[in-house]
Design a protein around this ligand. Structure first.
Ligand code: ZN
Length: 304
């Protein structure tokens, strides 16, 4: 496949514009999926419009990133200040597709998986931050997808694909490699996420926090976590296996506590402050995917 012999920076230039467009679609999902009326949740056929004055957005104003710069961050019709979130999500969308093959060999299963996971986390981070909602319509398909990703390894354990490694060397990567912690230059992959680890991740991801929540309910008589958080852990478990999923849960809880405890103390709200826990899970995921094993070994070193 000669296309794959392209040096990585050319691939970045080619892929980044598509990433910006996906980022633009992520903005549509972030705005529309949490809406209450079903017709407002239409993300497929409804044309882009200003959330403030409902005016249709002209195509050249809808160009990712540049439209916002051209309009200086204001709606052309009503002057509504477009939140910085819009160009930020577009930019991150561009970085995901333009940058993923520097960390995961282009065209391999783990590259596809990482890209889908990154866009899903981008959308869920902002729906949880703005509306405290993690939409089922995204999370249920992601659960199924996570398990499906583990299946090709059964049929094609040795299928090879060429990819560029560090120093412009052409290396061979397993096409259906499904492992964690890639790079630098695709060396040092961790073992594959097996279908067993994926299924266990799905089951424990949903079950463990549900159990914790039940205990919390008995003690505090209120929900500590929302159901959306369990579903998020379930698909993250299906994607990355049960071990890393637990790492994401504990790191996410730690980040949440680091932000939440000072808030609770200053607001005196009696511990009832609702935090968007999905945001912390989204932040914890790349840390665990890239550094989880190193962190775990470091932790064992401290304990033992
Ligand atoms: Zn407007």
């Amino acid at each position: 496949m000669p296309f794959l012999d392209l040096p990585p920076w050319i691939l970045s230039l080619f892929l980044a514009p598509f990433g910006l467009m996906i980022g633009s679609f992520c903005n549509v999902l972030i705005h529309r999926l949490p809406q209450e009326a079903p017709e407002d949740r239409n993300v497929v056929t409804k044309a882009s419009h200003c959330p403030s004055c409902k005016a249709k957005i002209k195509p050249w104003h809808n160009v990712p990133l540049f439209g916002w710069l051209w309009l200086r961050g204001k709606c052309a019709a009503c002057g509504w200040r477009i939140p910085a979130r819009y160009p930020l999500v577009e930019l991150l969308g561009g970085l995901v597709l333009g940058g993923a093959h520097w960390l995961f060999p282009f065209g391999t299963l783990i590259w596809v998986k990482a890209v889908i996971c990154a866009y899903a986390l981008l959308v869920l981070f902002f729906t949880d931050l703005t509306e405290m909602i993690l939409p089922d319509v995204l999370q249920f398909p992601l659960m199924a997808l996570g398990v499906l990703f583990a299946l090709p390894q059964l049929a094609w354990p040795e299928a090879l694909l060429k990819a560029w490694g560090r120093g412009d060397t052409l290396i061979q990567a397993l096409a259906f490699h499904n492992g964690l912690q890639p790079g630098p230059a695709y060396r040092g992959f961790e073992p594959t996420v097996t279908w067993q680890a994926s299924l266990l991740g799905l089951a424990i991801g949903y079950g463990a926090p549900a159990l914790l929540n039940q205990i919390y309910k008995w003690i505090r008589k209120t929900d500590g976590l929302g159901m959306g958080d369990f579903k998020m852990l379930a698909w993250l478990g299906a994607f990355w296996g049960w071990g890393p999923m637990l790492g994401i849960l504990f790191l996410g809880a730690g980040l949440g506590a680091a932000v939440g405890l000072p808030l609770m103390l200053t607001r005196r709200s009696g511990g009832q402050t609702m935090l968007p826990f999905g945001c912390f899970l989204a932040l914890a995921t790349p840390i665990v995917v890239f550094f989880g094993r190193a962190l775990w070994l470091g932790y064992l070193g401290v304990v033992g």
